[in-house]
Design a protein around this ligand. Structure first.
Ligand SMILES: [Zn+2]
Length: 182
């Protein structure tokens, strides 16, 4: 998926942006206090190479370059920093789900959730401005944060569902942005 397209400012779309955001990204505007299942046991046998705190900080700084301006209209800077840090912590240190040119799957070591078909999906917990928490599907959030307008318009046009976006690689625990099926 191409990234980094300049923002086309459409003021009429600013209204209700936050509400539409939750529907588009998480399929629901409902908040949840339920934490997703930890993936620790699931990944016991997987290769896990975590980023150091310094590597997380450097990665977050780098990903800011790819962030779409729509992300800053919904999230405060500290929320974006926190979300990017979660993503950086949830994939192997030598893997990047966001930078263009990724060919290989990037497996998610973070939280997991289940979709309507009881299939495991990569999940992420976002702390809202009012400190409530919302559990969402990682690939929907990644698409919101980084996809260009053309790709994101495709996602927004999809009917709301309680489901992650399908991955073209067939691995729903992959979070490589380029592998999202659009
Ligand atoms: Zn993949």
């Amino acid at each position: 998926m191409p990234q980094g397209q300049p923002l086309t400012h459409r003021p009429e779309e600013e209204r209700g942006l936050f509400e539409r955001f939750w529907v588009a990204i998480f399929g629901s505007s409902q908040e949840s206090d339920d934490l997703p299942r930890s993936s620790t046991l699931y990944w016991r046998n997987a290769r896990i190479s975590l980023r150091s705190p310094e590597q997380i900080s450097a990665t977050v700084d780098r990903w800011h370059c790819y962030l779409h301006p729509r992300a800053r209209r919904v999230f405060a800077l500290e929320q974006i920093e926190a979300i990017l840090a979660i993503i950086a912590r949830s994939v192997n240190a030598d893997e990047d789900p966001i930078a263009p040119g990724s060919e290989d799957c990037v497996l998610w070591h973070g939280d997991l959730s289940v979709n309507e078909q009881s299939q495991l999906q990569a999940a992420i917990c976002v702390v809202n401005k009012d400190r409530s928490k919302t559990i969402g599907f990682a690939n929907r959030l990644l698409t919101f944060l980084f996809a260009d307008d053309e790709s994101y318009d495709i996602v927004r046009a999809l009917p709301p569902t309680q489901d992650a976006l399908p991955m073209a690689c067939g691995n729903q625990l992959c979070v490589c942005l380029a592998h999202v099926a659009l």
